[in-house]
Ligand binder design. Structure first.
Ligand code: ARG
Length: 459
């Protein structure tokens, strides 16, 4: 099994099974670029502090750079018996530059090293997720802008409630993904702090300049307690939570797209390139991407529960359990990135079926609230108006009529407050445009909101 970097106090070599059980290099090798960046900053600081000589530091830095090249070219040989990314890189360094490579780890432990690597990785990934979230938001705004004339039923309890603009519905999703972005940005504040200098758990006796390494690595500051710094994975849990929240939003979107693309709803046409067929039924066009998005949400929730459970009950400070932070983190991030990419394409490519939506917008007595409001504006207390219109609806149901079918005489059977103008109330557009309040569905409001968003986002 070869000599371990920690092999000094051991008489027997590690059991093969233990090597397999404890290794993390098979997945944490993705941290290599961050591990090497962290090491280079650490070495430069050691040199500045006079702990390493200039020639020594230069050797280490160029050795590390060569290793990064080897990794990027796919030439690097990862060894399971070297446990993790950190020891693989360090071992290779001493292979390349000799004993001086051993000075890299001065005043450092894998405990503050891995915390640093994961923070740098998470920061990098959050930046990418923010870009993807923005692209998705742009797609919703574009749908909203290009389809301002599309009306549809708005639902509560999945029962037709009141007519709304399709654009208003699109902008509802915009809001969700805007909040998600804000959450990630807020998390970034707690991610972007340097643990280097915390060493194993207690700090170090070497005169390290923690602020200097932090600055080289683009951290906003340094952690304030070495024990907390090596055992804190709050930022991992938070990041996975943020991913879970994005997935939950995407899953709600997916559910609507699945419903809307059914024969029964018929509200949208999904882009062919983002649907799949059936191996037996030639007519089928299935919304598998939306279904998988909904399904993968479960995985990411699993990742969140996994990290919270790993952390629960851990005594201070570092425990090897913490190595189990990585797979849920990587899985959540990979899944959310893929899901954002593919859903951005779906949202950009979907086409509302305008006629069908309009037809449905009138159904289910969706203008009943407008009729009640009409009476209320004529002085009838709203509760009474509600009761009257409820009776009008019951009358329609008994006689197979819709509200638009009713004559003024029929209306007046229920209240003498009804006048000629109630008949002109029976328009979906009229109903929508009457909700002219900030955050409401009136076209004027929605147009204004689109302008505000475009200005704010620079779309
Ligand atoms: N692979 C380890 C992890 O991810 C690195 C830190 C190991 N430290 C230790 N003392 N065994 O947590």
């Amino acid at each position: 099994s070869g000599k371990k970097p920690w092999g000094g106090r051991f008489k027997e070599s590690t059991d093969k099974l233990v090597e397999e059980f404890t290794e993390s290099v098979s997945y944490d090798k993705r941290l290599a670029p961050f591990d090497i960046a962290g090491s280079i900053a650490h070495v430069k600081m050691l040199e500045k502090q006079g702990i390493l000589k200039k020639e020594e530091a230069e050797k280490v830095v160029s050795g590390l750079r060569e290793i990064l090249d080897e990794i990027e070219r796919g030439e690097f040989v990862w060894k399971t018996e070297l446990e993790d990314v950190h020891m693989n890189v360090e071992k290779r360094l001493t292979e390349k530059i000799g004993a001086v490579g051993g000075k890299l780890h001065t005043g450092r432990s894998r405990n503050d090293q891995v915390a640093t690597d994961v923070r740098l990785y998470v920061r990098h990934e959050i930046e990418e997720i923010l870009e993807l979230l923005k692209a998705l938001r742009r797609a919703f705004v574009k749908q909203a802008e290009e389809n301002l004339d599309v009306v549809m039923p708005g639902y509560t309890h999945l029962q037709i409630a009141q007519p709304v603009l399709y654009s208003h519905h699109m902008l509802a999703y915009y809001q969700m993904f805007k909040r998600d972005a804000e959450r990630f940005k807020d998390t970034l504040k707690r991610v972007n702090v340097s643990p280097l200098g915390s060493a194993a758990l207690a700090g170090t006796s070497y005169p390290l300049d923690r602020e200097f390494t932090a600055e080289l690595l683009g951290f906003d500051g340094v952690t304030r307690n070495s024990m907390d710094a090596v055992s804190d994975r709050d930022f991992v849990a938070e990041t996975i939570f943020n991913c879970a929240m994005v997935m939950m939003h995407l899953s709600r979107l997916s559910e609507e797209l699945v419903l809307w693309s059914t024969e029964e709803f018929g509200f949208i046409e999904l882009p062919d390139a983002f649907c799949t067929g059936s191996s037996i039924m030639p007519q089928k066009k299935n919304p598998d991407v939306s279904e998988l998005t909904r399904g993968k949400t479960g995985r990411v929730y699993g990742d969140l529960i996994a990290i919270l459970t790993v952390l629960k009950g851990l005594p201070l400070t570092y425990n090897r359990d913490l190595q189990e932070d990585k797979e849920p983190l990587f899985d959540a991030i990979d899944t959310v990135k893929m899901a954002l990419r593919v859903n951005e394409k779906i949202v950009s490519g979907m086409k509302p079926r305008k006629e069908r939506m309009r037809e449905q917008a009138k159904k289910g007595f969706s203008l009943a609230t407008d009729v009640a409001d009409y009476l209320a504006k004529k002085g009838v207390p709203f509760r009474e108006a509600h009761e009257i219109v409820g009776k009008v609806v019951a009358y329609c149901l008994d006689n197979g009529k819709t509200l638009e079918d009713l004559t003024l005489e029929e209306f007046r059977k229920f209240s003498d407050k009804f006048e000629e103008d109630v008949l002109s109330l029976m328009s979906v557009e009229g109903s929508i445009n009457s909700r002219n309040i900030v955050g409401g569905t009136a076209r004027e409001q929605v147009e204004q909101e689109i302008r505000r968003i475009k200005e704010e986002e620079g779309f």
